[in-house]
Design a protein around this ligand. Structure first.
Ligand code: NAP
Length: 295
């Protein structure tokens, strides 16, 4: 079977183009400029790269951005005070605190202090609760990106057997909730597997759509899927380094072998990854529109 390769790079580019147009219209028609604040504590190199990418994407799309680089010794009180200030700022519609935070900070306490209306990451319990009851304001970025990859690739989700491997709060649980909603781009029958699942292959072999977010390189092998499956590989695993020091990455799925049985499959890199920042931008635009009462 020749698999359709679902390119997150291409779908993210399309969505960014749509956002660029929308942002330009908001400015002209409503004098509204969406604003995003990014907060980075410490000097973790990967986090610096992610925050830099978010800042550049804002600039590219016409989103106003403020970046706060705080020293690693920042106290809980200092960070809470900054978030309080950003919660009140009229220019800022979305607040993103880059994770992980240094160990001495209480991550939950910090995330819960963000005004849910500005929680463009979609991690606040209010927003996760709203997602659960089918009335979301913001969907968490990576799961929302996965849904968009499926919808925009013409994959039928309604009635499909979806199997999710992984139950984290940022990927597994929210994507399961998104796809089981009584809503467009959803209405699936969803099974969630994890490390205590008795026979994972029993479930993955039943999947019409298999979404893997386990963080285990090539954990899903060809014998674990059926012919014609659609595979979304969320995993990002470093399996080595090139001679010039670049990271060699692979997903949670044995791509080359599983591709042979798949109707469609995402690559790593170039699949889910490019969608995450794009959906953050979409949430920031949505936050600005919600505050301004623009439909
Ligand atoms: N591209 C992106 O934008 C993006 C965004 C987020 C995450 N990711 C990547 O996605 C992967 C998962 O991230 P995460 O934050 O969800 O990970 P996580 O918090 O470590 O959760 C992993 C989940 O997978 C389950 N699991 C682990 N090994 C398993 C196995 N062999 N069989 C079945 N279930 C297994 C764990 O089960 P238990 O609950 O039983 O421990 C857990 O629920 C990582 O590689 C991460 O880098 C990518």
């Amino acid at each position: 079977m020749t698999a359709q390769i679902i390119s997150g790079t291409e779908i993210a580019r399309q969505i960014r183009e749509e956002l660029r147009q929308e942002i330009s219209t908001l400015k002209v028609k409503h004098n509204l400029i969406p604003g995003l604040a990014t907060v980075l504590v410490g000097e973790d190199p990967a986090s610096q790269v992610y925050v830099g990418q978010k800042e550049r994407t804002c600039k590219d799309l016409g989103i106003y951005s403020e970046r706060y680089d705080l020293p690693a010794k920042t106290t809980q009180q200092e960070l809470l005070a900054l978030i309080e200030e950003l919660n009140k700022s009229a220019k800022i519609h979305g607040i993103l605190v880059q994770l992980p935070l240094p160990n001495h900070l209480d991550e939950e306490g910090i995330l819960y202090s963000i005004n849910p209306q500005k929680d463009v990451d979609g991690f606040h319990p209010v927003n996760l609760g709203k997602l659960m009851i089918g009335e979301p304001d913001y969907l968490p970025c990576t799961p929302h990106g996965i849904q968009q990859l499926l919808v925009r690739s013409g994959i039928k989700i309604e009635g499909a057997e979806v199997v999710v491997v992984g139950r984290s709060n940022i990927v597994g649980k929210p994507i399961a909730n998104i796809l089981l909603q009584k809503a467009e781009g959803a209405n699936a029958t969803v099974t969630v597997c994890h490390t205590r699942t008795r026979d994972i292959a029993f479930h993955t072999r039943r999947a019409d759509i298999l979404i893997v977010a386990a963080g285990k390189a090539k954990a899903i092998t060809a014998d674990m899927v059926k012919e014609g499956v659609v595979v979304i590989d969320v995993g990002v695993n470093q399996i080595g380094t090139t001679a010039d020091g670049k990271r060699i990455l692979c997903g949670d799925v044995d791509f080359d072998a599983v591709k042979e049985k798949s109707k469609a499959i995402t690559p790593v890199p170039g699949g889910v990854g490019p969608m995450t920042i794009t959906m953050l931008m979409m949430n920031t635009v949505r936050a600005a529109k919600l505050v301004a009462g623009v439909a």
